[in-house]
Design a protein around this ligand. Structure first.
Ligand SMILES: *Cc1c(COP(=O)(O)O)cnc(C)c1O
Length: 488
């Protein structure tokens, strides 16, 4: 191709790609169309079933693969509604009372919109000083809330699982575990520890570590005396106690381990102390919860999930490390092609130095915008409301004749119906299925002491008293139906 020919072809390709840069008027129409669709979603949400299986609608997506031709936005939004919005569990619904509910603050969606439109590069301070500053400000806010020192560092990861993985890798590097140490290195946890930590150990090449499931009390909290005893036993046996994993808000019952006594043992024994506070950490905002969360500040690393207890949409989990240099030691790298992006002076404080990611989603605005726009007070009130709703439910469900689990410390209540005859486990399983089929509220189950229990997890910011009353009515109704049909 001669030069004019080349230029002609370049111009032709530019025109062929022009759809990728809509003009102002087109952008306005696109945004209004999407915003109107989102409004319709929010308007439908209160009356829509919390759970719809509709697998066939989800499968419709597969019949519309990307093709060469453009498609109309309206048609795509209708497809999105049928196959995504109207299938499965609506995490943003008031009636989502299962697992650990998510959120979906609208202001957070707008933060994501800004992050995506500006496409700020949040991996390295040189490229995105404001972006990095914003994420570090949010991490500093969490570190101050926890009581971590000034040289603590952290990372806004995609969720609690990756945040836990970052902490485990940091603990491995900080204690210089070599492959020959692994079969002798001991990890202390409980039966309530979240499985993402087991997963993290395996991903981090630590699956051959010794695990000790430390005994728990009647409220499913780690027993510090049992921890001390098993550490001593392990040392005497020539093993190397390495890592203790405590939980501040276990996923199934919301139990908070005795953080301070465990911290004292970890310090005396030279163990890395990690606390998984993915669910419970932000309850530090509530003065009445500070007593049972005391000891969080003694940890070496800590995880808390804004997409749980700060009601954000899925996709953000924070890890904090007390000695920030340890986080950098486990994650910082250099490369020739990055030489002009190096800020130079330690301490490393860019996400790329403190996590496995290089290019990453700019997660700051989804948290920064709602926190600054509303202030912290409504977040605190919302958490306090959820705790009181849980307490109210726990009392009322017991009054209905259910057997209940431990008094909730956070926002999970466990309960089960003991039928007049027949297998209680089968009855409660049928009860959960009946509630799922009904779809007005969505609850989940767990096993406690080998027995089947239902759970109520109150953490959706849209969940208020009406939803709890509705849940109690649905439960009473379904129990009556199951008892009368004897379908157990
Ligand atoms: C939810 C949860 C996790 C996992 O977090 P994701 O954000 O779902 O990856 C880890 N630990 C606890 C205690 C949790 O509740």
């Amino acid at each position: 191709m001669d030069s004019p020919g080349l230029i002609g072809r370049i111009r032709e390709l530019q025109r062929a790609a022009a759809l990728l840069e809509p003009d102002r008027q087109t952008r306005r129409v696109l945004l209004e169309t999407v915003a109107t669709h989102a409004e319709t979603f929010l308007e439908r949400l209160p009356a829509a079933p919390v759970f719809e299986s509709h697998a066939a609608s989800a499968a419709e997506l597969a019949r519309h693969p990307p093709g060469e031709r453009p498609q109309a936005l309206d048609a795509l939004l209708q497809l999105f509604r049928r196959s995504v919005e109207d299938t499965g569990l609506k995490a943003s619904s008031a009636g989502h009372l299962a697992y650990i509910p998510g959120g979906g603050l609208y202001a957070s969606a707008l933060g994501d919109y800004l992050a995506a439109v500006t496409d700020e590069y949040a991996g390295v301070r040189f490229a995105g000083p404001g972006a990095v500053e914003m994420e570090n400000l949010l991490l500093r806010w969490m570190a101050d809330l926890t009581g971590y020192p000034a040289d603590a560092r952290g990372n806004l990861a995609s969720g609690g699982s990756i945040a836990n993985l970052i902490a485990v890798v940091t603990a491995r590097e900080a204690r210089e575990l070599r492959c020959t140490d692994i079969p002798r290195a001991v990890v202390y946890l409980t039966a309530r520890t979240h499985h993402s930590l087991e997963k993290a150990l395996r991903i981090a090449g630590l699956n051959e570590c010794v695990r000790r499931r430390v005994a728990t009390d009647a409220c499913h909290r780690m027993d510090p005396a049992a921890l001390q005893a098993v550490i001593e036993h392990d040392r005497a046996a020539g093993l190397r106690p390495w890592l203790v994993l405590a939980t501040a808000g276990s996923t199934d019952v919301g139990a908070i381990d005795p953080l301070e006594p465990i911290g004292r043992i970890a310090a005396a024994e030279g163990l890395w102390y990690h606390i998984d506070a993915a669910y419970g950490g932000f309850f530090l905002l509530c003065p009445e919860m500070r007593e049972c969360l005391r000891g969080l500040e003694l940890s070496d690393s800590l995880v808390m999930d804004p997409h749980k207890s700060l009601f954000l949409p899925y996709g953000i989990g924070a890890v904090l490390v007390r000695d920030g240099a340890m986080l950098a030691r486990a994650h910082a790298y250099q490369a020739d092609y990055m030489q002009d992006a190096v800020a130079g002076s330690p301490p490393a404080d860019s996400p790329a130095d403190l996590s496995p990611e290089l290019s990453k989603h700019f997660r700051g605005p989804r948290l920064w915008l709602p926190l600054l726009l509303y202030g912290v007070a409504p977040f605190r009130a919302c958490l306090q409301e959820k705790r009181l709703l849980t307490r109210y439910f726990h009392e009322r469900v017991r009054a209905l004749g259910f057997e209940v689990g431990p008094q909730p410390e956070l926002t999970v209540s466990t309960y089960r119906w003991v039928p007049e005859s027949g297998d209680p486990d089968a009855f409660n399983e049928a009860l959960v299925q009946a509630i799922h089929r009904d779809g007005r509220v969505f609850v989940s189950s767990t096993r406690l002491g080998g027995r089947y229990f239902l759970r109520l997890a109150v953490l959706g910011f849209r969940t208020h008293l009406e939803t709890i009353e509705l849940t109690l009515r649905v439960l009473a109704e379904k129990v009556a139906e199951l008892e009368s049909t004897g379908s157990r």
